[in-house]
Write a protein of this length. Structure first.
Length: 202
């Protein structure tokens, strides 16, 4: 008898913390919700909810409409806290410096940091959209340690070569590059295709 493994959809864990830039996380959920073969498991921290109210017109009702599963940040018993729950990567977007430090040190007192800790130990892709400026040596050291563990550190730095006209243009370019890291290719933003005027450097 030949064993045929069950087919499951692609699964991504999306975490939103209290750093500025909640719109990036929401935009990722909006995009992924359009794919029938992608399942999203979402957790928003207490301060993430507060920042969402302050920065945007989004609310948790909208997040629940976009996500397949939503968990409380205090529910460390949620499926995503276990290595036996298979997924294809985790994105913390935005990622506060507090969350960065907790992930670096393995301090798993709530669901976001526990899920990230599990993602690292199971050797699954983890991407942190770190939001802070300027960066201190503490921040940089935390990033370096995690980068050496193959965690992707992704500060949301805007690209000017796309000639963005709106904040939505900036968000879409950043989100597109984030999803590139997981093999999800979008054509919703301009990509670098060389200089259209090669004589510009002469």
């Amino acid at each position: 008898m030949i064993y045929t493994p069950p087919v499951r959809p692609l699964r991504y864990v999306i975490a939103i913390t209290g750093a500025t830039g909640v719109a990036l996380g929401v935009r990722i959920l909006e995009i992924l919700s359009k794919y029938d073969n992608i399942e999203t498991h979402v957790v928003v921290s207490r301060w993430g909810i507060a920042t969402m109210k302050f920065e945007t017109d989004f609310d948790m009702k909208y997040i629940r409409e976009l996500a397949d599963k939503v968990y409380s940040s205090s529910d460390v018993s949620a499926p995503i806290s276990s290595g036996s729950f298979q997924h294809d990567g985790m994105i913390v977007v935005p990622c506060s410096m507090k969350t960065l430090a907790a992930i670096r040190s393995g301090y798993t007192d709530e669901l976001i940091t526990r899920a990230a800790d599990v993602t690292i130990k199971e050797r699954r892709p983890l991407l942190l959209v770190t939001r802070e400026t300027p960066l201190s040596s503490i921040h940089l050291d935390n990033m370096k340690v995690l980068c050496d563990m193959n965690v992707i550190i992704f500060p949301p730095v805007m690209a000017f070569y796309t000639k963005p006209k709106t904040i939505e243009d900036v968000i879409d370019q950043t989100v597109g590059r984030i999803l590139d890291c997981f093999g999800i290719h979008l054509d919703t933003f301009p990509r670098w295709n060389g200089l259209s005027e090669p004589n510009v450097v002469s």
